[in-house]
Design a protein around this ligand. Structure first.
Ligand code: NAD
Ligand code: GLY
Length: 366
């Protein structure tokens, strides 16, 4: 008897009323996406936005699949890396969309990691005042986090994600087959956001994370579990107004400042977030009752994926603090800082001051 095909993984539905969509997770999704989108998307012209690493690996398959679904795709490729999350790159991308004749019925497919998802989603949200887009995330980080929730945008020189929009995708295809070509460092960085989800919402996930770090455990189930966490947080506070969605920023206030102070492209996003998580967890152990055992659990999980915990001397406190003050999380001089009381339970604190941040940075240098 031929082996029974593996049961398809239940998609995650992101319930946002008229902006609801489905996140499909699993294997072999790229080949079938054209047929799915033929039913779903009205427009014929499509811009497939990708980067110079991902394009050569997967663009042809995606373009073929779209053509089979009756679409007319145009490929737009930007240089790989965080530097492409810029206004000048947005200008180039929108120019190429116009040159390809995309109209208001057309749509974008963002094929790549979080950089492409954020840039492609932003381009879709502003092109002709907004057209739909589809996320095809190809990194662990983008599958578990950035492809879901509709935050799009680009960086300014000194400030991450400073210009952007909320624009939900129409569909997400998280094809785990694409993760096989990820280099080790890019694979590892994705686990920073998974460890963040465990720390803020799902303490029991630490055991699974540890298994996956040892090459065991069910990666696809772990990815789906993280998408479900992200979806449920976004559903309860889509536009980050109530403080619920803000908990996803755990580790990001310091992490984003470190990422931009290092110079975009020096540290991968997840690496900067790993330091930010270490700093935020240490602060939680000083301010909000996190035990030293819980702090060490977070640190050990980050270390299990070779993620950096310590700051190097080329990144100064002054530069980090200067950039932190430009962060959107600063509200009239006060920081809205995410802390945890215990593993799995996060809250937004207004009790963290510059002195605390300086101590946390000192801790990252010890
Ligand atoms: P990335 O998009 O730069 O991808 C990392 C590297 O992996 C790149 O060099 C890329 O070319 C390469 N790559 C991607 N997929 C590949 C594959 N399948 N095989 C081989 N190489 C591949 O970075 P990322 O870590 O995916 O995303 C980080 C970005 O996401 C940051 O800009 C961050 O701000 C953003 N982000 C956004 C949100 C959100 O909610 N919108 C959430 C978290 C992070
Ligand atoms: N990555 C933070 C958010 O989506 O809100």
């Amino acid at each position: 008897m031929p082996p029974k095909p593996a049961a398809p993984i239940r998609p995650v539905f992101v319930n946002l009323g008229p902006r609801s969509y489905t996140v499909q997770v699993g294997s072999g999704l790229l080949a079938g996406m054209g047929a799915e989108l033929a039913k779903k998307m009205m427009g014929t012209k499509v811009a497939v936005i990708t980067d110079s690493n991902v394009g050569p690996l997967y663009a042809e398959q995606v373009m073929d699949s779209l053509r089979q679904g009756g679409k007319e795709p145009t490929l737009i490729t930007v240089p790989a890396g965080e530097e492409s999350k810029s206004l000048s790159c947005l200008d180039t991308v929108c120019g190429e969309m116009a040159a390809a004749g995309l109209d208001r019925k057309s749509f974008v497919v963002a094929l790549g990691g979080g950089v492409i998802g954020d840039l492609g989603g932003f381009a879709a949200s502003v092109y002709q005042r907004g057209i739909p887009y589809v996320q095809v995330p190809t990194t662990v980080l983008s599958q578990v986090d950035s492809s879901v929730g509709g935050k799009t945008g680009v960086n300014l020189k000194d400030a991450k994600n400073m210009v952007g929009t909320f624009h939900q995708p129409s569909h997400v295809f998280a094809d785990v087959d694409t993760l096989k070509s990820l280099p080790k460092r890019e694979w590892n960085e994705g686990f920073a956001e998974i460890i963040k989800h465990a720390a803020i919402r799902d303490a029991s996930m630490f055991d699974v994370i540890d298994q996956v770090a040892q090459g065991k455990g069910d990666l696809v189930a772990l990815i789906r579990r993280n998408i479900a966490i992200k979806a449920s947080v976004v559903e309860s506070d889509e536009f980050e107004r109530t403080g619920t969605r803000a908990i996803l920023n755990f580790g990001h206030t310091i992490g984003h400042a470190i990422e931009s102070a290092a110079g975009y492209g020096k540290l991968l996003h997840g690496e900067a977030i790993s330091m930010g998580l270490n700093a935020a967890a240490w602060l939680a152990s000083k301010v909000s009752g996190l035990t030293s055992v819980e702090l060490e659990r977070i640190r050990a999980s980050l270390a299990a994926f070779d993620l950096p915990l310590k700051l190097t001397d080329d990144i100064t406190d002054e530069e980090i603090l200067r950039r932190m003050k430009m962060d959107k999380k600063f509200d009239q001089g006060a920081i809205r800082f995410v802390l945890i009381k215990k593993l799995g339970e996060a809250f937004v604190s207004t009790d963290v001051h510059e002195g605390h941040i300086k101590q946390a940075l000192e801790e990252l240098r010890r």
